[in-house]
Design a protein around this ligand. Sequence first.
Ligand SMILES: Nc1ncnc2c1ncn2[C@@H]1O[C@H](COP(=O)(O)OP(=O)(O)OP(=O)(O)O)[C@@H](O)[C@H]1O
Ligand SMILES: [Mg+2]
Length: 215
Amino acid sequence: MAGKFITFEGGEGTGKSTQLKLLASWLREKGIDCLESKEPGGTEVGQEIRRLLVCGDKDKMDPVAEALLYYADRRIHLTKKIWPALEKGQWLLSDRYADSTTAYQFYGYNRKVQRETLNSLYKLVAGDFKPDLTILLDIDPVIGLKRSFTKAGTMSDKETRFETRGLEFHNLMRGGFLEMAKAEPERFIVLNADKSIEALHNEITGIMAERFNIP
Ligand SMILES: Nc1ncnc2c1ncn2[C@@H]1O[C@H](COP(=O)(O)OP(=O)(O)OP(=O)(O)O)[C@@H](O)[C@H]1O
Ligand SMILES: [Mg+2]
């Protein structure tokens, strides 16, 4: 596959969506054809799955059911959008991917879903396929959640099912992301997201230029 698959990961309000958009514009300026996508909900069917996952009462389903829905969404995303794009030579930027599922379903819920179960689901839907680069935006959840809640006030569909979980959940998740990054240092870059939007963007483009030889 000729294109590159770049994922943005991190907790709520770390700036994933903001930075993904900025990076996509920067790549296009460099003449790279790229698609912006997200999980859950990167496809039409995925949008319906997303609504089930992110809206409504936080206890309406358990972590196992959630994991299955995330992986159904991911399979559709891969087969209908990610793989076809990469085959055409396009780059695909995804706002969250599998590391988010592990961070939430395994670390956030304090191991209510086994890591091996998630690994098997990953193998089933993606095989050996992995992102070429994962940008992990790290910030104290107190700051991230504050940003998210400010944004939620302006959202029409109130995608707040996870934002309403306690700080402990978000701290576990943050630790999980950092642990995963440590285990795969060649795939992840970890950035301190507690800085201005512009400073973070410059950092990201610097890394992209070096990693992928973009002049
Ligand atoms: N570096 C930053 N400094 C201050 N505010 C920021 C920064 N980056 C993003 N924001 C603002 O914080 C809010 C959350 O940012 P954004 O939506 O990009 O985060 P996210 O990681 O995608 O969040 P979520 O997980 O909730 O989707 C937005 O209102 C955005 O404008
Ligand atoms: Mg976002």
